[in-house]
Ligand binder design. Structure first.
Ligand code: MLT
Ligand code: MN
Ligand code: ZN
Length: 295
């Protein structure tokens, strides 16, 4: 399969419109790459593409990627959208697809309910175009197309649901995608609070892992005076620290590990920082928009 990173930044993008932190300032002065919000596209053969999450930057992301451009009429290679959760940075883009003749949407019942009765994104979208909702059940295999299949798995989080109580089961999922022909496996995990034993088992031995790299330090936003919460409290395992992802991932036997969903404050966004060097010295990577990987 081919995976294309459409957007590698967390909610807000990099730089974020109202942020003057050192990294945002550096990116504005062209000392680092700008990044759009979190989303990837996956295809078995470059003919049909599946989006995982629909970011508020989706229009620019599609324009930047010829693989997703329409054919002569209004048919497009965009086959469906899969959702990992109902966060705005992963779902606002659905509204920007409202010109579609119909949309195929894969989401858990919990995410579907939040989008309908909570944020209302789905209720609004359905006034513009028919949405064919396919239920995602953690643990169940889903055949997508052309030998590409996926299985969602639950990602436990204590982050409070912003819209109503929301079921805990299926509120956040990750996806393990398999290309039946090449045998390649991709795990997409843009939001993870802790690498539990169950999650480690899902990741173990995959060909390529795209994982939550929101913050470098747990107290990154607190130190910068930008928020009162730690990274973990916001549902994101930090990269650094004794229990951070950098310390835990090497034992999982993954061929290629790439950090995604990078917050605009994270120093790994800039090429010449010690934090970036540390990631690369461990044989891991920091995603950028447009990155393609053959899995
Ligand atoms: C998150 O990943 O923590 C959220 O998407 C932040 C946000 O609301 O943008
Ligand atoms: Mn997010
Ligand atoms: Zn910033």
């Amino acid at each position: 399969m081919i995976l294309r990173v459409l957007g590698s930044a967390a909610g807000g993008g990099s730089p974020q419109w109202n942020c003057g932190c050192p990294v945002c300032t550096a990116v504005r002065s062209r000392a680092g790459l700008a990044r759009t919000q979190s989303s990837i596209a996956v295809s078995a053969d470059r003919r049909r593409w599946f989006l995982i999450n629909a970011s508020p930057d989706i229009r620019a992301q599609i324009e930047a990627f010829p693989g997703l451009h329409p054919h002569g009429d209004r048919t497009t290679p965009l086959e469906a959208v899969l959702l990992t959760d109902a966060e705005l940075d992963h779902t606002l883009g659905l509204l920007l697809l409202r010109e579609a003749r119909a949309l195929l949407l894969y989401a858990t019942p919990a995410v579907h309910e939040t989008l309908s009765a909570g944020s209302g994104i789905l209720r609004t979208l359905e006034r513009y175009c028919p949405v064919d909702w396919r239920t995602v059940t953690p643990g169940a295999r889903l055949a997508l197309a052309d030998g590409l299949s996926c299985r969602a798995f639950d990602v436990p989080t204590t982050k409070r649901a912003r819209f109503g109580p929301g079921a805990d089961h299926g509120r956040v999922v990750g996806y393990r995608l398999t290309d039946e022909r090449s045998g390649g496996t991709l795990v997409y995990l843009p939001a993870v609070q802790a690498l539990t034993a169950a999650l480690r088992a899902e990741i173990e031995g995959c060909t390529c892992l795209l994982i939550d790299g929101t913050c470098w330090r747990d107290d990154e936003l607190v130190r910068l005076g930008l928020a009162g919460k730690t990274s973990r409290e916001m549902g994101h395992l930090p990269i650094d620290g004794p229990d951070g992802s950098l310390a835990q991932l090497p034992s999982l036997g993954v061929e290629r590990t790439i950090f995604v969903h990078l917050n605009n404050t994270n120093p790994v966004l800039l090429e010449h920082t010690p934090e970036r060097r540390t990631v690369e010295e461990r044989g891991m990577e920091v995603a950028m928009d447009g990155l393609e990987v053959q899995v």
